[in-house]
Design a protein around this ligand. Sequence first.
Ligand code: PEP
Ligand code: MG
Length: 583
Amino acid sequence: MTDHPAMLKGVAVSRGIAEGAAYVLDDAVPLAVPRRTIDDGAVASELARFAAALDEAEACLREVRDDLERQIGSEEARVFEADMLLLRDPTFSRRVTEHCAARKINVEAAVADVVEELALGFAALDDVYFRERAADVRDVGRRVLERLLTHRCEHPRHLPDGVILVAVELLPSATARVNLQAVRGIVTERGGRTSHTSILTRSLGIPGVVAVAEAVRRIKSGDTLIVDGMAGSVHVNPSPRVRDDYARSQAEFLAYRNSLAEIVALPAETADGAAVELSANVGKIADAEAAMLFEADGVGLYRTEFGFLVRDRFPSATEQHRMYEAVVDRLRSRPAVIRLLDVGSDKPLSYFPMAEEPNPALGRRGTRLLLRHPDLLRAQLEAILRLSATHAVSVLLPMIGAVEEVVEVKAVMADVAAGLRRAKVPCNSGLPVGAMIETPAAAVLARELAQEVDFLSVGTNDLVQYLLSADRTSETMTAYYEPLHPAVLRTLHAVVEAGRAAGKKTSVCGEMAGNPAYAELLLGLGVRSFSVTPGEILEIKKVIRAASLARARQLAARVLTLRTVEEIKACCRGSGVAFAAEL
Ligand code: PEP
Ligand code: MG
């Protein structure tokens, strides 16, 4: 344990304050495996321990799968079945048995050697799919070793209640395996404001700080931590004075959060009567339920990647239909915008064989990738079209870079719809189609794109990264990744104007829409439709209800004349916008 108090700095990504014991996810740290020689007579008992460890690891996996099934309510838990198959792979057992008997070594050492051999074998293969299996083999091997070494199931689903999770990085595939309800706060070494850890942390409504250098080395499991999700600091084993001080701030913050409950049923409209649509960003059933808890107007962005990430192969059109229906069913007939699969770059999919690219963020991703895999595109469109017969859904195309990409997808969609009609399968042939505006090219062509689609949705997370050439996932680029950059604000304004001129709804669904410090400025720039993480709905509504549209317009008009981020921040602070202190 680090016994003296320390304060680590990072980037604040989710508001709030939490105190708790650290739980360091050390999946990346190799287990210390003892190695000793054994006599002939001990081989049988070692192998019996191995057999028992396999049974226990399997039982543990089954529990995790059942738990996940309960949490997210469908077949997403299937990924664990693949792990179970690996665990029971006869080659694995045979090699461990042979290794232990031939070398006369303890079974932990035999397991560690065989796992490494198998993993290296996979890692050396050309095919990305098989290379990814190397990580799975190590993961499964680790489970068996944990049973042998500690007799405990070390899977993080057994996180004790109220811990602060500390990790190098939390990728969506890893978080799908953790009992996140137990977590009170999150600290990671990697990531920026719009990386997946950050989005996840906000959707859980717990404080988070990312880009904390060497967090995993400097924090030990069991250390007392205070996570300050406003200031971006993490206090390790703080002094009683610091703890008292934070206890007071936490009480004030909770009182403020509770006060938000009063506005759940009230409309999102400005003090001078302008109506604003306030929808939710969701990825799974639990998010849809949270969205309804906060009375979202609907779902402005359903990221479908989650349902794909937690599987070990592509779901069929029928499985996808079921998956989307389960989410949309929770929305009490409110509309949902379902985004086509956006994989590639920062959203890899282990079973999607993608060519290695030197620069993945500028590589094939989103709609361009789907157009190269027409079967996948058609299956997803079929699922959404079938759902459109019974639910108010529309389809959103990610990472659009050119008008012809929209035209191509629409042609495929028309063909899939015609096939469904021929097969007498009902669907809405007028299913609305929208384009994400998240590349500079799409922003420049917003007027032309608006002619081609029914609505636009601005993905500021990617738009900011591409406009400013600043990686959204990189902790070293945080200072350059600035939503208040004049180039970003002018682009946003131009896109909203293009949508308005074409008479098409333009919403903002990137993380910028959920930051209360930007809400008035966005209103002033003409944004009337926000789609945010469910946990941010009430905070944004509160700012909207307190804002005056006339004043917001004046602020935006002034800001659009400014040349630097500092001038823009000073202007916002000077005009007293809500949460200006956090800019
Ligand atoms: C965005 O880029 O702003 C967006 C909403 O999409 P994602 O964060 O899923 O890339
Ligand atoms: Mg995006």
